[in-house]
Design a protein around this ligand. Sequence first.
Ligand SMILES: Cc1cc2nc3c(=O)[nH]c(=O)nc-3n(C[C@H](O)[C@H](O)[C@H](O)COP(=O)(O)O)c2cc1C
Length: 304
Amino acid sequence: MRRRWNSDEHEGKAGRADIEKPGDDSIRNFWLRRRFVDLNKLGAVVTKGVSNVPWEGNPTPRIAETYGGMLNAVGLQNPGIDVFVERDIPFLTKYDTRIIVNVCGRTAEDYCEVVRRLASQPVDMLEINISCPNVEQGGIAFGQNPKSVEDITREVKRHAKQPIIMKLSPNVTDIAEMAKAAEAGGADALSLINTITGMKIDIHRRTFALANKTGGLSGPAIHPVAVRMVYQAAQAVKIPIIGMGGIMTAEDAVEMMLAGATAISIGTANFRNLAVTAEIVDGIREYMEQYGVKDVNELIGAVK
Ligand SMILES: Cc1cc2nc3c(=O)[nH]c(=O)nc-3n(C[C@H](O)[C@H](O)[C@H](O)COP(=O)(O)O)c2cc1C
């Protein structure tokens, strides 16, 4: 997504008005209105993973469409913490929303280096990705064993100035065990789920759809798995949970909250509709009105 067409217009808090150019009924403005989401409307923005040095990511093709979702093996391509601090944080601080930075690494020290660099930055929370299935080393290696989850959580927490959210992998046998391990290590919150490892084969070429062979499945196909795991994790720990996985509508978001999520996060749906996050905010409000829910907190874990 292009973030802006003219950086001069983004002085001070940026709002929808800056983007839409009120009164301008040109075709260009019409498309801008449709293409951009008003970040001021969101509780928080979670960034793409950031590492201590730039990562190139995996070879292409690295995205494939599937039934009810997509497979990706982007491999956490990112420009590294230096560019992120200089370029992306100043952009995000112009909006009236919280900033959550997703942190990735290959070793415990990689994670801690990024966390230390962010300590003095205007960032509200850190989301530690120990669950990426698409990088050979690191990520998932930390996320599939309860002892490693507890150790990496404790280590990161020692260096962090902001609250830390541990992002858990669904590619485990017992999600409750992983949730408890992160809580024991001192996590302030959990987020789940990351993508589920999958594979797609192109039958015409008789080759893998992704150069990486395997990729992470996301989108509506994984939603019931995510709801189940958020429910199980919420039963196991006292810390708040950010629920994600195939949320496409306000109904999906409410379902996730009823399962025990304090907040929800939306990934793949943005590929289909860039305004989906703001539409879901409105949809949750409509649901609350329809059912006479006064406070959104009443929904958290309220499934009977
Ligand atoms: C193209 C793509 C890139 C992703 N990059 C990251 C990432 O950098 N860090 C991370 O923790 N999760 C990453 N994820 C996982 C999502 O944040 C999310 O956990 C997962 O896709 C499930 O939610 P969704 O179905 O709403 O996308 C990525 C997912 C997709 C599809």
